[in-house]
Ligand binder design. Sequence first.
Ligand SMILES: C[S@@+](CC[C@H](N)C(=O)[O-])C[C@H]1O[C@@H](n2cnc3c(N)ncnc32)[C@H](O)[C@@H]1O
Length: 277
Amino acid sequence: MDFLNLIEDIDHPKPYVSGTHIMWTDNYISSFLLEAHLDPEIGAASRSFSDIDKTIKKIESLVKPEARILDLGCGPGLYTERLSQNGYDVTGVDFSKRSINYAQEQAAEKNLNITYIIDDYLNLDFNNQFDLVMMIYCDFGVLLPDDRTKMIKNIKCALKPGGIFLFDSINREAVETMSFTTSWELTEKGFYSPMPYLLLSSSHHFPDHKAILDQHVIIQEDNNPKVYRFWNHYFEKEDISNLFMENGFTHFETVQSLLSGEGPYNDNSVVFYVIHR
Ligand SMILES: C[S@@+](CC[C@H](N)C(=O)[O-])C[C@H]1O[C@@H](n2cnc3c(N)ncnc32)[C@H](O)[C@@H]1O
């Protein structure tokens, strides 16, 4: 293990440096994630059912039943199912096989006609097909700037003229309530591995990029550290205006009061954006 490099890498991560591993698609970790998505008491991967229902109601106010909806990062289908049950024609995309397999089983059991695609949502090339594209649970902010630009162009292409992109993201207030700390944990078996590991975690703020980073380094007997990095961005209205209006969208509204949870992802800290093509 190159210890000096590891120290530099962990202590002073550079803007937008990526991790060595991805959490969502890991075969072991994804079973914990699926449990977290499905447990309404655990807000870490999906929101509570009552908050999900509020978002569904908002969507119903934006597009009529039978409209075509694309859910990017649909997870195990908590939104897609509800929307399909309410008469929408729904497509869900996620690169987690475990989540999509679960979503497909549920759809078959409930006799719902939902299209599910296992893919990286950055690879999509839909054309003029959807009335509404959604990306829920602050996933838009996770995209790094180049991917974000690509995604905005892809979404514009996927939407019909007049279509809507609905997403949520954290705001500056969320970041003001966060503390940027370091911590460690030694465990015989846990979220990241069934084998013993030392976990070094830290969080960082990059004000020039309006970005935050949560990083987790897993050190195991094989001396091959695994690094998981989670970037997120906070936006202000003018950032959203610049990002979307420059890419051919026409106007947008913000929506609040859709969340009731505690912590940094509550109603004061998360804004929903309705962007019109
Ligand atoms: C925070 S979860 C939210 C899931 C769902 N939207 C919800 O609120 O219940 C993020 C989801 O996005 C998926 N995801 C992350 N990056 C992705 C990518 N590049 N392509 C496809 N899916 C991705 C993850 O697998 C995960 O299911």
